[in-house]
Design a protein around this ligand. Structure first.
Ligand code: PTJ
Length: 238
């Protein structure tokens, strides 16, 4: 993963700040044993149900997400019939185009949010990060935001959208404000979402509804923290 990010930074896909963000995530991955915790599995089922139930699901991507899981993101978008939109923290047209062409190499047909396409402003955050595509995040009812900053996660929630986050840090503001927070590494979380979506598609509608409605994010985040503590206690005994 480090190597992929270093290469992606050299090509301009990832910003230098993305390397620091990865280091923060990696530290949390170590303290959860670099594996998908049971809490993340529960969140993944709820997230898949939300994405499949959605009218306008959108996957928001940035440099890190695409560098680490580009191909898997394209696969997930197809499994849940979601659009993909570039939504950068450190926004430049050059990076937007680079990210779009990177995803198109993996078979994505259309990438929203590039350049002048992002005309809608979402309230509560400073420009140019506030701009979204009216055909994508602008009209979305469910938005998947891997590795997102807290302000934007909060602002998207404020627009009445259901937010699914992927963030290794269960204490981050993004994890705290999302409707469903998957506390896991993006490289594990995106394939798990695709797999869960395939299973959920086979279920009757009432069961799909149950996965979405019975999920409580606050409880699940507490479970994730408890599972980290449990893992660390295992080390203390050795
Ligand atoms: O490409 P850009 O310009 O949009 O910039 C992307 C970054 C990631 C630099 C930008 O969005 C940023 O600075 O984000 P934050 O506020 O640092 O949040 C990133 C979150 O992702 C942190 O809470 C990290 O713990 C988490 N994270 C880092 N690597 C991973 C991760 N979560 C899941 N999987 C990872 N591999």
């Amino acid at each position: 993963m480090r190597d992929a990010l270093v290469k992606a930074e050299a090509s301009g896909l990832v910003v230098p700040q993305g390397l620091i963000a990865h280091g923060r995530g990696e530290a949390f991955d170590y303290i959860m044993g670099e594996r998908t915790m049971p809490a993340a599995r529960v969140a993944t089922m709820a997230a898949s149900a939300l994405l499949l139930k959605a009218k306008w699901p959108v996957i928001s991507v940035n440099g890190n997400a695409v560098a680490l899981a580009g191909e898997d993101i394209v696969r997930l978008a197809s499994a849940v019939s979601a659009s993909i939109e570039v939504n950068l923290f450190h926004r430049t047209l050059e990076r937007e185009r680079l990210i779009a062409s990177h995803l198109k190499n993996f078979g994505a047909r259309e990438i929203l949010g590039v350049g002048p396409a992002a005309t809608k402003i979402i309230g509560g955050i400073s420009s140019p990060r506030a701009r979204v595509d009216p055909e994508g995040i602008g009209k979305a009812d469910v938005v998947l935001i891997p590795l997102e900053d807290g302000d934007r996660a909060h602002a998207l929630g404020g627009e009445g959208k259901k937010i699914v986050s992927i963030d290794l840090n269960p204490l981050s503001r993004t994890s705290q404000v999302a409707s469903v927070s998957i506390v896991d590494n993006i490289v594990r979380a995106i394939p798990a979402l695709t797999e869960a979506s395939r299973k959920i598609k086979e279920l009757p509608q009432s069961q799909v509804e149950k996965y979405a409605s019975s999920f409580n994010n606050e409880t699940n985040l507490a479970d994730a923290i408890g599972q980290i503590v449990q893992y660390l206690q295992g080390w203390m005994k050795n």
